[in-house]
Design a protein around this ligand. Structure first.
Ligand code: PLP
Length: 452
C-alpha cells in the first residue's frame, strides 16, 4: 500500500484549499480528544485485518476491485462537507458533478438525451428500472435468464410482478429459442438482458432480443451492472462486440461504478433512454427544500438521502481517467480481459483441468478433471481452501449440470449442479501477476489431487 502513504499528503493540501473557501465564517472548531480517537482508530486497523486482501493481485476471487486513489481522496475530501444529493440545497456542487458524471457514462453508450442518476448500487438501480417498467407495463411479466442476477426475481417479488426465468444456452447466455417460446405465450412486459452475468461474465445476445422486441413490443432493460464498461475495450470477441454495439437501443441500462468503475461501494447508476419517464417519479414532498426551479436529483430518484461523496468520487475519477476508447481506463480494462484469456489458455492446455468456454469478459470458470460431478465439486472446494492457505484467493461457482452436459461429454453427471472454481480477474495487474498466480494454482492442484 506504499502509494497510499504518499496520497495522504494530497488530502491535507486539498483540505486546506477547501477550507479557504469558507474563511469568511467565524471559527467554529471543536477540539476532539486526539488520544481517544487514536486508540479507537488503531483498534479499527486491527479489526480490519480480518479480511481477504482484496487490494492485492493474489485476490482473484469474487467481484472486488479496489477504488482508484483519486476516488478515495475525492470521497474523503467531500466528507468534510458531507453533501446529500437528494436535493440541491443538500449539495449544489455534488449534484452538478453527478449530472456531469452520469452524462459521461450515458455518452459511453451513445446516449445524449436520457434521464439517469446514481444510487446505492446495482440492486437499487435495477429496482428503479423495473419499477418504471411496472408503471409502463402494469400486470405484465418480467423475464430474465436463469443466469441473471438473483436480484431480478426478488425485485419482481417486491414489486408484486410475476417473474419467469429463461433457460440459457451452453455459454450461459439467454437462449433465444426459449425466449421466443415464452414470448409466444403472451403477457410479457419486460425482458432483462444481462450484459455480463455475475457468474460467468456471459453477455446475452442483444441483437436477437432486439429483433424479438420489434415483434412482441416488450420493454428491454440491460443489466450491465458488471459488464457495462467493457463497451470501451477493443479486445472483445466479434459476437460479444455485436451486443455492445446495439446497447444504445435498449430502454434502460444499469451499470455499477462500484464494480468496474474504480469506485468505493455505494455507487450504482440507472439510466433511461426516454427522459419522459422522469414524470413517473412525481411526488409532492413538503420536506424537500425546493431552492431551484430546475428538476433536481431528488425528483428523479427513489432513494431520498444519498451520499454526494459518491458523485464527487466518480466525477474526479472520470476527470482523471475519461471514459474513452484507447484511454488509460479502457486500456486497463483490456488488460483484465487479456489476463482472463491468458489464464483460460493455460487451463485449456493442461489436462488436469476442465474449462467451460472462452471468457466473454474477464471472468474465468474452471474445475479439476475427475470422473463425476461429485468428485469435481469436492476438488473445487478443496482447492479453494488450500489455495487460500497459500495466499491465493479464488471463488467457487455452482454451475447447473444442465448447462454443462453439452460441454463435458466425458463426465458422469451425478448431481444437479457442479461446484466449479471462478476467478474475476478485475485488476489490470492480474496480467503481470498471472505467472505467479499460476505457480500457486499448479502447486495447490498437485497437492490436492495427490491426497485425494
Ligand atoms: C452485482 C450485480 C448486481 C447487483 O448489484 P449490487 O451493486 O451488488 O447491488 C446486479 N446485476 C448484476 C449483473 C451484477 O453483476
Amino acid at each position: 500500500m506504499n502509494f497510499e502513504y504518499k496520497s495522504l499528503v494530497l488530502i491535507e493540501e486539498a483540505l486546506r484549499r477547501l477550507d479557504k473557501g469558507f474563511s469568511n465564517l467565524p471559527a467554529s472548531d471543536i477540539d476532539y480528544d486526539v488520544e481517544a480517537l487514536s486508540n479507537v482508530i488503531s483498534e479499527v486497523a486491527d479489526r480490519l485485518q480480518d479480511n481477504f486482501p482484496y487490494f492485492h493481485p493474489y485476490y482473484a476471487g469474487q467481484m472486488l476491485k479496489p477504488p482508484h486513489p483519486i476516488a478515495r481522496l475525492a470521497y474523503m475530501l467531500s466528507l468534510w462537507i458531507n453533501p446529500n444529493n437528494h436535493a440541491l440545497d443538500g449539495g449544489r456542487a455534488s449534484s452538478a458533478m453527478e449530472k456531469e458524471a452520469v452524462a459521461e457514462i450515458a455518452s459511453m453508450f451513445g446516449w445524449t438525451t436520457f434521464m439517469g442518476h446514481l444510487c446505492g448500487g446495482g440492486t437499487m438501480a435495477n429496482l428503479e428500472a423495473l419499477w418504471v417498467s411496472r408503471q409502463l407495463k402494469p400486470g405484465a411479466r418480467i423475464l430474465a435468464s436463469e443466469q441473471a442476477h438473483y436480484t431480478h426475481q426478488r425485485i419482481s417479488g417486491v414489486l408484486g410482478m410475476e417473474f419467469e426465468a429463461v433457460p440459457c444456452d451452453s455459454r450461459a447466455r439467454m437462449d433465444i429459442g426459449a425466449l421466443r417460446h415464452i414470448l409466444e405465450k403472451g403477457g410479457v412486459g419486460t425482458v432483462v438482458a444481462t450484459i455480463g452475468t455475475t457468474g460467468t461474465g456471459s453477455v446475452d445476445p442483444l441483437q436477437e432480443i432486439l429483433k424479438l422486441k420489434e415483434k412482441y413490443g416488450f420493454r428491454l432493460h440491460a443489466d450491465a451492472a458488471y459488464g457495462g464498461y467493457f463497451t470501451l475495450v477493443d479486445n472483445l470477441s466479434a459476437i460479444t462486440k455485436e451486443t455492445y454495439d446495439c446497447l444504445s437501443e435498449v430502454d434502460s441500462i444499469v451499470i455499477d461504478p462500484h464494480k468496474h468503475g474504480l469506485q468505493p461501494y455505494g455507487c450504482g447508476c440507472v439510466m433511461f433512454n426516454d427522459p419522459r419517464v422522469g414524470a413517473l417519479y412525481k411526488h409532492d414532498s413538503p420536506y424537500t427544500y425546493f431552492s431551484s426551479s430546475e428538476l433536481h436529483l431528488g425528483e428523479i430518484s427513489l432513494e431520498c438521502s444519498r451520499p454526494g461523496a459518491s458523485a464527487v468520487a466518480l466525477w474526479a475519477t472520470q476527470r482523471l481517467l475519461p471514459l474513452v476508447h484507447s484511454g488509460e481506463f479502457s486500456e486497463s480494462l483490456s488488460k483484465s480481459r487479456e489476463a482472463a484469456l491468458s489464464f483460460y489458455g493455460k487451463l485449456l492446455n493442461d489436462p488436469r483441468f476442465k474449462t467451460v468456454f472462452e471468457p466473454e469478459l474477464d471472468i474465468v470458470i474452471w474445475a479439476v478433471a475427475a470422473k463425476n460431478t461429485s468428485e469435481i465439486s469436492d476438488l473445487s472446494l478443496r482447492i479453494f481452501d488450500v489455495a487460500a492457505l497459500h495466499n491465493l484467493h479464488l471463488a467457487t461457482f455452482n454451475y447447473p449440470s444442465a448447462c454443462l452436459k453439452g460441454i463435458w461429454n466425458d463426465v458422469d453427471f451425478d448431481r444437479d449442479s457442479v461446484t466449479c472454481l471462478r476467478s474475476c480477474l478485475m485488476k489490470p495487474e492480474h496480467e503481470d501477476w498471472l505467472d505467479r498466480i499460476w505457480a500457486i494454482l499448479d502447486e495447490v492442484t498437485n497437492e490436492v489431487t495427490r491426497n485425494y
